[in-house]
Write a protein that binds this ligand. Structure first.
Ligand code: NAD
Length: 459
């Protein structure tokens, strides 16, 4: 049996950077994944394919609205097959890059299902021939990620009742689509299909879309998404789904409606396949693997990171866990802190937030002042035809950033200014001394901070 210092189960954004980092430090590292290539949900069935489709839908939107830029385009159409090919090409390119990087780092790659057994033995079942290989490790890290959570009360026929996996790979844009859940997946994919002419209805049972976003922004965005072609029902529950003549019948708060397809986007759950029929049963809590501050599970020298443990289910959080765990193993006295994990929604307009929002500040009775700036007053946004949107910053009375909420162009990039300001404790006075190039979208962030501190001239 081959022995390793470290075996990682899962080659996503948690597993692969941890593998490379430790191998480069001289550890003998193996990584196991049942997909032929690496990258996990993020690269294969999540962030990257969704962003590729959103880029196509945005380009199509611009084409249809070319006249706004003084251009004429007599005929606009799209080829869904080519859009899918473009998306797949991007994921293949990135996956190959990860494999090359792992190989260059000296990581031993195993393809197959890794089952965790006693004494950190991993049984790997080959994807094609069911052959079993056993390896053993001094340390094991479970970076097994998550899979879509589709409630068992809903039909399981994935040709009609999609999870995000089927939605991303459909060979045709449906005529009508019901999206169950107004979270990130529902809104992002809903917008893609709506842009390509599908009648999309998003049903969210909570009073607001996008859990975690502040109430006011979530409410403000409803007419924005309506204009983008999405019908969004909030405070309404999809109670039942059934198949009827090859289509879907849905009961939404007592009202019956029919759709071509349904996208079930009601959250994700930990992928526990590594424990199936195993003599090891790791302790879990509320569906997640229980860990301590050093990412240790209930099993000696078995660690867990990413979607499988506490904290937001986000690719960058998984990579952060990997970095903290590696630092701990290398002797640094650090612990994970999830207070500044940015959340980004890559719709048009984009939405991003970090830190505390107004509801949380009020609940925790933290004193704060608010700053605002509008993209309609930002030169770069207007020239790009992206004048819709706002940046809200929340500061302590002495100018430290507590939180920021952005909706508008490049929100997912601008949010880094907020994270940096908060993480390194830069106060608003010092921040306003930082020269922002003109014209840029990032100026709008500076103006929002200046507006909060009373130092601005634009507010
Ligand atoms: P989510 O938890 O973000 O949202 C699911 C929503 O479904 C909730 O708002 C919930 O109230 C609603 N819901 C549940 N049952 C319902 C019902 N019967 N009827 C109506 N509404 C119902 O889940 P998601 O959108 O599936 O995303 C899963 C995970 O993937 C999240 O952790 C998300 O952050 C992550 N993700 C992130 C990105 C990104 O960072 N851009 C993109 C996609 C997914």
């Amino acid at each position: 049996m081959q022995n390793f210092d470290l075996v990682i189960l899962g080659g996503g954004p948690g597993g692969y950077p941890l593998a490379a980092r430790m191998a480069r430090k001289g550890w003998l590292v193996a990584i196991v994944d049942y997909t032929q290539e690496f990258g996990g949900t993020c690269l294969n069935w999540g962030c990257i394919p969704t962003k590729a489709l959103l880029a196509s839908s945005r380009s199509y939107h611009l084409l249809k609205n070319a006249a706004d830029f003084g251009l004429s385009c007599s005929e606009t159409s799209f080829d869904w097959q080519k859009i899918q090919e473009r998306k797949n090409k991007i994921t293949v390119q990135l996956r190959q890059g990860i494999v090359k990087m792992l190989e260059k780092s000296g990581v031993k790659i195993f393809n197959g299902y890794g089952q965790l057994c006693k004494d950190r033995v991993i049984k790997i079942t080959g994807p094609e021939d069911n052959s079993v290989t056993e390896i053993q490790a001094k340390k094991v890290c479970l970076a097994v990620g998550s899979i879509p959570a589709a409630p068992t009360v809903f039909p399981a026929d994935r040709s009609i009742f999609w999870t995000s996996n089927e939605a991303l790979n459909t060979d045709k844009v449906p005529e009508s689509l019901l999206v169950v859940g107004g979270g990130v997946i529902g809104i992002e994919l809903g917008q893609v299909f709506a842009e390509f002419g599908c009648k999309v209805c998003v049903v969210e049972m909570m009073p607001q879309i996008l859990p975690g976003l502040d109430n006011a922004t979530a409410k403000r965005l409803l007419p924005v998404f309506k204009k983008a072609g999405l019908e969004i029902l909030v405070g309404k529950k999809v109670e039942a789904l059934a198949e009827k003549d090859g289509r879907a019948k849905a009961s939404i708060d007592g009202v019956e409606r029919e759709f071509d397809k349904v996208l079930i986007a009601v959250g994700r759950r930990v992928n526990y396949r590594f424990m199936e029929n195993s003599d090891v049963q790791i302790v879990t809590e509320k569906g997640l693997i229980s860990i301590n501050e050093r990412f240790m599970t209930s099993e000696p020298e078995v660690y867990a990171i990413g979607d499988a443990v506490k904290g937001p289910m986000l690719a960058h959080k998984a990579s952060y866990d990997a970095m903290i765990l590696a630092s701990q193993w290398l002797g640094e006295n650090v612990a994970a802190d999830y207070s500044l994990v940015p959340s980004c929604v890559y719709t048009h307009p984009e939405i991003a937030w970090v830190g505390l929002n107004e509801e949380q500040l009020k609940e925790q009775q933290i004193e704060y002042k608010t700053g605002r700036s509008m993209f309609s007053a930002n030169g770069k946004a207007l020239t790009a035809g992206e004048g819709d949107g706002q940046i809200k910053t929340l500061l302590t009375p002495d100018g430290k950033l507590l939180g920021a909420i952005i909706w508008g162009p490049e929100a997912s990039n601008i949010i880094n200014e907020a994270t940096m300001m908060s993480q390194f404790g830069i106060n608003s006075h010092d921040f306003s001394r930082m020269i922002h190039p003109h014209p840029t979208l990032s100026e709008a962030f500076m103006e929002s901070v200046e507006n909060a501190s009373g130092e601005g001239v634009h507010g």
